[in-house]
Each structure stands twice: as C-alpha cells, then as structure tokens.
Design a protein around this ligand. Structure first.
Ligand SMILES: *[C@@H]1O[C@H](CO)[C@@H](O)[C@H](O)[C@H]1NC(C)=O
Ligand SMILES: *[C@@H]1O[C@H](CO)[C@@H](O)[C@H](O)[C@H]1NC(C)=O
Ligand SMILES: *[C@@H]1O[C@H](CO)[C@@H](O)[C@H](O)[C@H]1NC(C)=O
Ligand SMILES: *[C@@H]1O[C@H](CO)[C@@H](O)[C@H](O)[C@H]1NC(C)=O
Ligand SMILES: *[C@@H]1O[C@H](CO)[C@@H](O)[C@H](O)[C@H]1NC(C)=O
Ligand SMILES: *[C@@H]1O[C@H](CO)[C@@H](O)[C@H](O)[C@H]1NC(C)=O
Length: 935
C-alpha cells in the first residue's frame, strides 16, 4: 500500500525536523511495525539485486524497495507494505514489478511474515527458483500472485495449507508439471489463473466443483488435458477460459445451468460434438469463443437469446500448414472438404437479435445461404469475419457501410457477388473501415465505396478479376494510413498517372504478383517492408530509387522481363533485407559485389538470368545466408569452396552455368558447408574425381537423427513448396504471417527435410567414392551424364532414405549390388541406363516397380523388368520371397499409402497432393489479424 500523500509529507517533515517527531507521532497509530518483521523485510530486500536489464527495457515499474531503509523504523510506511492498524503486523506485501532479481528458497526471511494475507510478487525475476514449499507457512494468505515471476517447477503440495486462499495467480510461471490435486482442497478459492504455465497431465475435475469459484483461466497450456464436468445451478462461475489447451470431449448440456457465466473461451481446444442449444440459456454471457474446435452441426439458433453477447467466435478448425502424416483423407478430399468437421447450415437470422454484438466471427465453416440482410440491426458491430464459407448471393456493401462502428470486414472466399453502388454518396456518412478483405469476391473493378475510405490500414482485393489500370483515384485512398495492400492475382496492367513513388506513406506490405503489369518496376514508398511483384510483364531496368528502401525485408520481382545490370547498391541497401528474389528476368552483367558486413540476408535467388563473370567474394559477408540460387546464368568460375564457411547455408544451386575445373577435397582445417542439405552443380564443366572429401564431412547430410543440423526456422517457413512465408511485424502486438506463391524449384520437393546432391551433366571421372555411403540422409542423388567408371559401390545401399538415384550415362560396370534391392525401400526412381552394367537386376519391392527403361543401354543386364532372361549362372541368387506389390496391380504410391510411410509420403506424394492445395489455404490462418487475442 502506497503511503498517502499526507503521510508522505509527514515523513518528509519528520526527516527535516526530527525534534517534532514526538508531537506528530502522537497522532499516528500507537503500534509500529514489529522489529523482527522489519528485519525480515530488510533481509528480503538484501537478497535481491536491482534488475537493471528489466529497468532499462521498461518491463518493470520502479524499484519499490528503494524506500525500505533500516533508519526508518516504521516498516509499515514502506512502499509496498501494509500493516494491521491495531497490531502493526505486516499483512500485505506488494513488491510486484519492482525491478528485482534474485533466487529465493524456503529459508528466505519472507516466510517469517506469517501474518501475510496478501502477497504480490508478480513480475520479479526469481532466476527460475522453484516455488518454495514454505509458502505453505503463510496460512493466513487470501491472495497470492506470482504471475510472470520467473519461477519454475511445480506447485508445492504445501499450498494446500492455505485454507483461506481466495485468489491464486501463477500465470506465466513455468510449472511444466501437472496441477496437484490438493488444489481442490482450497475451498475458499474464487479465482485461479494458470494461463501460460506449461501445465501437463489432467486438470483435476474436482476443481470445477469448488463452491466459491468464479474464475478459471488456463489459457495456453497446450499439453493440459481435461474434460468439462456436469454443472449444476449452484455454480458461481463467471469466467471459464480454456483457449489453447488440450481439453476435449463434448460441451455438456448442463453448461446452460451456469447462470452467472459471462466469459466462455474455448478457442483452439479439442472439443467435439454439437454445440448444445442450452448455451442460449446463459443470460449473462458476453463473450463466447468456440473457434477452432471440432464442433459439428448447426449453429444453434438459441444463441439468439444471448442478448448481452458482445463477441461471438464460431470459426472452425483450420489446417495448420504442415502436411499430415496420414494423407488418405487429404488425397480423397476435394479442396473444399479439407476440414471435414465444420458448422453447417445458414447463419441463423436469430443472431441478428444480438444487438450488443461487436464481434461476429464465423470464418472457416461451411455456412451457406446469404448474409441475412438484418445484419444491419447489429448497430454496434465492429468486426465481421466470415471468410471461407459457402455463403453466396448478392452482397450489398451499403448494408455494411451503414454500420457506423464497423472497422474490420472480412468477406473473402465465399461465392458472393459484391454490389457496391456507384451512386454511393459521399455526403452520406459511411463506416470508415480499417481492414477490408475482399479476396475472391468476383470483383471486376475497384469498388466505388473505397473512394470515401480514409482510414484503411489493410486492403485485400487479391484474386478477383479486376482489369486494366489501377485508377487514379486509388492514389488518394487512405494515403496516410494504408499499411497493407494486396492486389495480386488480378488482371491489372499498370498505375494510371500515379506519382513516381507510390503514394501511401505508411505502406508496409505491397503485393502485386500475378497480374499483367507492364512498364518499369514501380517504386513503393520508403516505409515498405514487404514488396512482391513477381509474375508480371515488367520491363526496363531496375530503378536505382529502389535502393532507397532501407526498411525492406522482402524484395521479389522474379518472373518479369527486367533487363540491364543489377545496380551494385542492390547488394547493400537495407540491413534488414532477408529475401532477394529476381529469378527469371533478363538481367545481365556481373553479380553485384557490395554485400556488406552485418547484413541479414537469408535467401538470394538470382537464377534464370544472364549474369556473368565470377561469384563476388563479398558474398562471404552474408553470414546468415541459408539459400543461394545462382542457377541458369552464365557464370564462369571455379567451385566457390569458400562459400563453405557460411555457417547457415542449406541450399546451394549453381546449375546450368559455366563453372569449371576440379573440385579439390577440402583442407582438414576448413569449415565445409556445415548445414548444407541440397547442392546442385548440374550442367556445368566440373571435372576430375568426385570430391569424396566433402562427402565425408557433410554432417548435415549424414546425421540420421538430424540433430546436428536443426533446420533453421526460416527454412521451415520459407522453403515449404507451396508457400514462401515471411513474418512482417507491424508493431509490438501485431504480427502477421503472410503467404507467398509457391516457388518453382527445379526440385519440386523443397521441403524442410529434403537432402539432395545433383552433380549430373559435368565431366567428373574416376570411381564413385565409398564415402558417399556416409550421407545417410540423402533422398536424391544424381551423378548422371559424367564419365564415371568402376562399379556401383555397395555403400550406396547404406543410403536408406534414398528416393531417387540416377547414375545413367556413365561408364559404370559390373553388377548392380543386390543390397540396393533389399535396403533401399524408399526408392521411387532409379535410372542406371546407358552404362556397362552386367548380370542380374536385383529383386526387391521397389525394384519390381521400375520400368525397363531404367536399365536400358546396358547390354549385359538381364532379368525382370528386362525381357532378357538371365542364363543360369547369372541368376545364381535366390529370389526374395516377399510378394511384390506389382502382383496386386498397385503402383508404388498406393503401396506406400497403404503401408504408412515416412518421408517418401512427405516428399514425393506430398508433392503431388499439395499441388492441389489451394493457395487460400495458407491465407486463411494468416489473414486473421492476430492483434486480437483469441481466448
Ligand atoms: C537458500 O538460499 C540461501 C541464500 O541464497 C543459500 O545460502 C542457501 O544455501 C539456500 N538453501 C538451499 C537449501 O538451497
Ligand atoms: C431461446 O430461443 C429459442 C429459439 O430461438 C426460443 O424458442 C426460446 O423461447 C428462447 N428462450 C428464452 C429463455 O428466451
Ligand atoms: C429474434 O429474431 C427473430 C427473427 O429475426 C424474431 O422473430 C424474434 O422476435 C427475435 N426475438 C427477440 C427476443 O428479439
Ligand atoms: C446524397 O445524399 C444526400 C443525403 O442523403 C441526398 O440529399 C442527395 O440527393 C444524394 N445525392 C445523390 C447524387 O444521390
Ligand atoms: C579440367 O578443367 C580444367 C579447366 O577447364 C582444365 O584446365 C583441365 O585440363 C581439365 N582437367 C582434365 C583432367 O580434363
Ligand atoms: C488414415 O486415416 C484414415 C481416415 O481417418 C483411416 O481410415 C486410416 O486407417 C488411416 N491410415 C493410417 C495408415 O493411419
């Protein structure tokens, strides 16, 4: 308790005029702080140091204990201390957020303050101490707050001594353990907050039965399992927040008995079954979030009875990006049935009875019909999100624009035909929207109402059929506020009389991909972070003005016709640049050489241009580089072994250039591409023997558990085949994941675990080294079209993850090792044609499936699938007894699916399947503005 101002003045006075102390003190409570408690507090103070880091970062308030002073006798007057007026005993201690740092254990003098009723130690850095069991000594406690206090370990069972405890807040404490069931003995509890605690195990059901309980918060404990019990009328619950936990089962109909319930947050749990209509009996409900569960069936019309409801979230499950291990349902489903458990039916018109609603969130369901016109009754509506349903019909924009509080409107991915009347009248007040999502709304032109929108931050008109120039009036729309503009996937041809630099002064994200934009590369404003304009028909040279964009993180103008040289400034204009993609243009001249120390680049793709000369050594400064593609240019250089010192390089593509000469084995003391997973040197003029010294030392290709080379996070996000995901952060609480179009890779299988070597079409000679057998993670290996001699080493059979092996068009001789047939169970592609191989083709599940052209041009080979039978002495080995899949008329894909599979499904089948995955897939979860907390 802070001393009152008057009391503070008194203290000040006392200090100045010590003589008058007695005359003043007679007006104070006679009882002063007890000296043993004062001592205990001083010792407590001394056990901390000031957390300078937190203080500097502004993540704590101020050091309250500064006012604790052994000279000042009455500890009751110290900041953060509350005493009992009659006894002088310390009953309250609140040093929360006071910038303290230090370990604590049960010997701490804190636990001598046994009269404490309220203890608030929130936001103190306890250096990951375990929660001291001596808390159990403080048996008078009614309020305990350890939120965000950097404790760790479990809740001590001694907590069950705190019979008077009413409020317990351990949120953001890393408990990483189950909740002790003794918590259910604390019959005075009214409020439990265990948000973000890393809880595990089952939530004790008995806790729900605590008679006084009003608040249970367990948000963000994804490992915490639990069920909801039956509730009876005596329950006093007001707030039940279980978002992002592993709670499952059905919602009991008896939940409708909790008259007092105001907040029900079940976002992203595992609840299933239908939504009980008894939810409509909760007269006080203000917040209802059932989003991202597996609820099925209809939205109960009884929800229309919840007249106090402010926020309604019913959005359903959506896919979270990763390929599922089990692909059968994926394969058999058409695009709009990917999530099979959804809410169906129409939007009940009863919902428009909920006139207090501010948020109505329905995205990702299978709702049909039209948006009820009575939506205009929801006068307080601020946020309407129905993306990705099957709603249809004409949609009158004006009905929405009449809702004067409306700010966020997401209508994307339905089958609406948007009607925005051209006579929309500027003098009539219309809602000033902040975010509008109208992706895939059959628009043929820029909607007229946009002219009068002055506060827009986000505008998504992508995937419509908007044709022609971007009208001149768009250059005046929300120029001061627009942050995000996505016009990709339309038929736009250019900007009609726009200024040289695009006008929106706060623009952060600009996506113009897949239009037919002509002319020179538009220059976005200086604020731009993400700029993608791939797949258009831009020509002319790269404007140097682009180099002024010093905040840029992503620059992608691949697949255009831009010509001329790459200005040197483009290699050093933004310290924050992560991705530079200029693939498939007409750029010539040298690779720019200005790569500067401390840059952030993770991906450079200059492929499919006409770049010449050598690779500049300054690329060594790109210490964070994960991906370098210089393929399909005219680079004339020796193997850039010096790139091997780049610590993060995962993917190196130098194919189809004029690289030449021997690849020397690396010197022992050199770092040799410690994280390399994919190297493509194909179609060059490398010669000499294969660099066996590298094969021996590429640890990231050889560690079976992959532990030596954890795939960088960025890789996972960006090199996914279907999307190139980047994180654009707007400010502290608004970050957004944005999906880009699939990258057209030579390997269609760039996914996070792919490991590949392609040295094909060079002039390598000598034998295939045994050391190749070390690269156990390899999935793709090609040495085709070289001058290799000798036999196929048995060591290749050690590459048990191999899916594709191409040794064709060499001078290899001898037998194909039988072990290849038995060990390489994932092999889906084999080509050894045009060599000098002899003898029996190995048998084995996979080998049975290969066509004869895999073996063509080896006159000495015999056995299936070739027509040529082996003579008796050639087929001396016994046949494997297993029944081959071919005999069942299955091809290998089906076989693999049937047997469940590891990587191959992910890489090969995944490729086939994922091509069907609609682009919007990634968008749905990415477009939901995360600035709103989902609870
Ligand atoms: C408790 O903390 C004190 C002071 O930091 C330390 O001296 C003591 O060894 C600790 N006791 C235990 C059991 O860890
Ligand atoms: C709740 O709504 C249903 C249908 O929407 C209605 O029949 C019922 O009378 C309502 N119940 C209450 C308590 O208002
Ligand atoms: C709810 O809406 C329905 C139809 O929109 C209407 O018939 C009914 O009277 C409304 N009920 C209340 C309680 O407003
Ligand atoms: C614009 O709206 C005002 C007020 O509603 C009305 O008086 C005026 O006639 C309208 N103008 C047009 C062109 O529709
Ligand atoms: C390898 O290529 C280099 C450069 O093109 C050439 O000088 C050398 O003679 C070649 N070596 C062999 C063995 O062909
Ligand atoms: C995959 O999922 C389907 C449908 O859920 C199921 O029938 C099938 O048994 C599963 N297959 C495997 C290999 O787990």
């Amino acid at each position: 308790m802070k001393p009152s101002l008057a009391f503070a003045c008194f203290l000040f006075f006392v200090t100045l005029f010590p003589f008058t102390v007695f005359s003043f003190s007679s007006e104070q409570p006679a009882v002063l702080c007890h000296s043993d408690e004062r001592l205990a507090l001083m010792q407590l103070k001394d056990s901390f140091i000031i957390d300078k880091k937190a203080l500097a970062a502004g993540s704590c308030a101020y050091p309250k204990v500064d006012s604790w002073d052994s000279q000042s006798i009455d500890c009751c007057s110290w900041d953060g201390i509350e005493c009992d007026q009659n006894t002088g005993l310390v009953i309250g201690l609140d040093i929360s957020s006071s910038c303290l740092y230090g370990s604590i254990n049960s010997t701490s003098t804190l636990f001598r303050l046994v009269h404490l009723q309220k203890l608030n130690l929130a936001n103190i850095h306890f250096n990951y101490s375990v929660i001291p069991y001596a808390l159990g000594n403080l048996s008078m406690l009614t309020n305990l707050n350890l939120s965000r206090s950097e404790f760790s370990g479990q809740i001590p069972s001694e907590i069950s001594n705190l019979h008077r405890l009413s409020s317990l807040d351990l949120s953001y404490v890393d408990l990483a353990s189950p909740i002790p069931s003794v918590l259910a003995n604390l019959s005075s509890l009214t409020s439990i907050n265990l948000d973000y605690c890393g809880l595990q195990g089952m939530f004790p059901l008995a806790i729900f039965q605590l008679p006084e309980l009003e608040t249970i918060r367990l948000v963000n404990n994804s490992d915490l399992k639990g069920y909801l019990p039956e509730f009876n009328f005596s329950t006093k619950l007001k707030e039940l927040a279980l978002g992002n936990t592993n709670f499952s089962g059905e919602l009991p109909a008896s939940i409708g008995n909790i008259d007092s319930l105001e907040f029900l947050g079940l976002y992203n749990c595992k609840f299933s079954g239908s939504v009980p209509s008894t939810l409509g009996n909760l007269p006080n409900l203000k917040y209802l979030n059932l989003g991202s569960n597996s609820f099925t069936g209809l939205v109960p019309p009884t929800l229309g009875n919840l007249t106090k409801l402010h926020m309604l979230y019913l959005q359903s499950n959506y896919f979270t990006g990763e390929l599922p291990g089990n692909l059968t349902s994926f394969l058999s489903s058409s695009t709009n049935q990917i999530c099979c458990k959804k809410l169906t039916g129409v939007i009940p018109s009863e919902l428009t009875n909920l006139t207090q609603l501010t948020d109505l969130i329905l995205f990702g369901n299978m709702l049909q019909g039209s948006v009820p016109s009575s939506i205009s009754r929801l006068e307080k509506l601020k946020f309407f999100h129905c993306d990705d349903n099957r709603l249809g019909g004409l949609l009158e924009m004006d009905a929405f624009l009449e809702l004067k509080d409306l700010q966020y409107l997401f209508l994307s991915l339905n089958d609406f035909k948007l009607v925005s009347r051209n006579d929309s009248n500027a003098t009539r007040p219309q809602a000033q929207l902040v975010d509008i999502g109208l992706r895939y709304c059959h628009l043929r032109e820029f909607p007229y109402f946009l002219r009068h929108q002055h506060r827009l931050e986000l505008l998504d008109l992508s995937s419509n059929n908007i044709q022609g120039q971007i009208p001149q009036w768009m250059s005046k729309v929300s120029v001061e506020t627009l942050w995000f503009l996505d016009l990709s996937n339309n038929s736009l041809t250019g900007f009609d009389e726009f200024p040289l630099v695009l006008p929106w002064s706060k623009l952060n994200y600009l996506k113009l991909d897949s239009n037919i934009l002509r002319g020179s590369l538009p220059v976005p404003p200086l604020s731009t972070v993400f700029y993608s304009i791939s797949n258009n028909s831009l020509n002319g040279e790269i404007p140097e003005l682009l180099c002024n964009l010093s905040s840029l993180s992503i620059l992608d103008f691949s697949y255009n016709n831009i010509s001329g040289g790459i200005p040197v400034c483009l290699s050093n204009f933004s310290k924050s640049l992560l991705v530079l993609k200029v693939r498939s243009n007409q750029l010539d001249g040298p690779i720019p050489s200005g790569w500067a120390t401390g840059n952030s680049l993770k991906m450079i793709d200059l492929s499919k241009n006409k770049l010449q000369e050598k690779i500049p050594k300054s690329l060594m400064e790109c210490k964070k580089l994960e991906y370098l593609d210089l393929g399909n240019n005219q680079i004339r250089d020796a193997f850039p072994s010096w790139l091997g010192s780049l610590p993060e390089l995962n993917i190196l593509i130098l194919s189809s250039n004029a690289f030449y000469g021997r690849i020397e084995n690396p010197k022992l003391n050199l770092i040799v591409f410690p994280k390399l997973r994919i190297i493509d040197l194909s179609h060059n003029r490398f010669n000499g023997t294969l660099p066996w010294g590298y094969f021996e030392r590429w640890i990231s290709m050889s560690s079976l558990d992959g532990k030596n080379s954890p795939t960088p996070k960025y890789m996972i996000e960006s090199l996914d085949m279907t999307r190139n995901v980047v994180q654009v952060t707007r400010d502290y609480d608004y970050s957004m994941t944005i999906a880009n179009k699939g990258m057209e890779m030579k390997y269609p299988k760039i996914i996070r675990t792919l490991v590949a070597i392609d040295f094909s079409d060079n002039r390598f000679d000598g034998e295939i080294p045994e050391s190749i057998g070390k690269l156990k993670e390899l999935h793709v290996l090609s040495f085709s079209k070289n001058n290799l001699v000798g036999g196929i080493p048995v060591a290749i059979a050690k590459l048990i993850n191999l899916e594709s092996l191409d040794l064709s068009q060499n001078k290899l001789e001898g037998r194909i090792p039988m072990e290849l047939g038995t060990h390489l169970t994932f092999l889906a592609f084999l080509n050894v044609s045009y060599n000098r191989l002899t003898g029996l083709i190995p048998r084995g599940t996979q080998f049975e499936g290969f066509q004869s052209n895999s073996f063509d041009g080896n006159p000495g080979l015999c056995g299936k699938p070739l027509l040529k039978e082996c003579s008796n002495n050639a087929s001396g080995l016994p046949l494997p007894s297993s029944t081959s899949s071919k005999e069942f008329g299955l091809d290998w894909k089906v076989v693999l699916l049937g047997y469940g599979c590891g990587f191959l499904c992910g890489a090969v089948i995944g490729h086939i399947v994922i091509k069907r995955k609609p682009d919007w897939f990634a968008r749905i979860f990415s477009k939901f503005p995360t600035r709103r907390r989902m609870r």
